[in-house]
Ligand binder design. Structure first.
Ligand code: ADP
Ligand code: AMP
Length: 213
């Protein structure tokens, strides 16, 4: 099963993608996580991506598409995957579509997690991320057992640089301009499914499970 998660930054794509990955036994592929891992390791890709990420802009398609296609070509993606944060532009979606159709494959579901902009800034300022294992928490809604410490790996949790309110506003504008058109793109392909992302995380997941079967 190949799934694309759509939705504004902070809508809960990553939270739901992790739950889907675990329940359906497929890898969770997040381009944001790949960039952050590269940044942490100090690679050239990480350094290039940081310039855009810190401004709340998209990393250029030339850099992003290749890392995604390399990732989904790996063995563990043979039976499908859940993409989180990719595609984010129509050209990215077209490249993915073409690469899949050359293999006689296609995206099965594009799940749009809908959350109004008003809720997003609050979500993002409360988000705490583990840069070691990629786990995500929310200080009010989904707190870690011990404040500031990752339940999964014990590392320190951080507020991502790009989750500061001024950057979040820019990311929302970028989302509406460049990513939201993907809703029409996947609607036209007949695979778009919408869920109400303002519900508690388990309820959102129950709705997604009802769609995926
Ligand atoms: P995205 O991957 O779409 O950017 P995340 O999954 O990281 O978003 O979620 C953004 C923030 O909102 C995180 O702090 C997360 O813990 C929290 N969150 C996710 N889902 C919900 C929900 N259903 N209700 C409340 N908070 C949520
Ligand atoms: P995320 O973790 O998905 O919120 O992504 C964090 C940041 O990484 C984004 O604001 C972009 O700067 C960059 N990024 C992640 N995925 C993509 C993508 N598919 N295309 C362009 N930039 C991306």
């Amino acid at each position: 099963m190949k799934i694309v998660m759509l939705g504004a930054p902070g809508a809960g794509k990553g939270t739901q993608a992790k739950m889907i990955a675990e329940a359906y036994g497929i890898p969770h592929v997040s381009t944001g996580d790949i960039f952050r891992a590269n940044l942490k390791e100090g690679t050239e890709l990480g350094k290039q991506a940081k310039v855009y990420m810190d401004k709340g802009e998209l990393v250029p398609d030339e850099l992003t598409v290749k890392i995604l296609l390399d990732r989904v070509a790996k063995d563990d993606c043979k039976n499908g995957y859940v993409l989180d944060g990719f595609p984010r532009t129509i050209p990215q979606a077209e490249v993915l579509d073409k690469a899949l159709s050359e293999l006689g494959e296609s995206i099965d579901y594009a799940v749009d997690v809908e959350v109004p902009d008003e809720n997003i800034v609050r979500r993002m300022s409360g988000r705490r991320a583990c840069l070691s294992c990629g786990a995500t928490y929310h200080i009010e809604h989904i707190p870690p057992k011990k404040e500031g410490i990752c339940d999964t790996c014990g590392s320190e949790l951080v507020l991502r640089d790009d989750d500061k309110p001024e950057t979040v506003q820019k990311r929302l504008t970028v989302y509406h301009e460049q990513t939201q058109p993907l809703i029409d793109f996947y609607t036209a392909k007949g695979v778009l499914k919408t869920v109400d992302g303002t519900q508690p995380m388990d309820k959102v997941f129950a709705d997604i499970k009802a769609i995926l079967g």
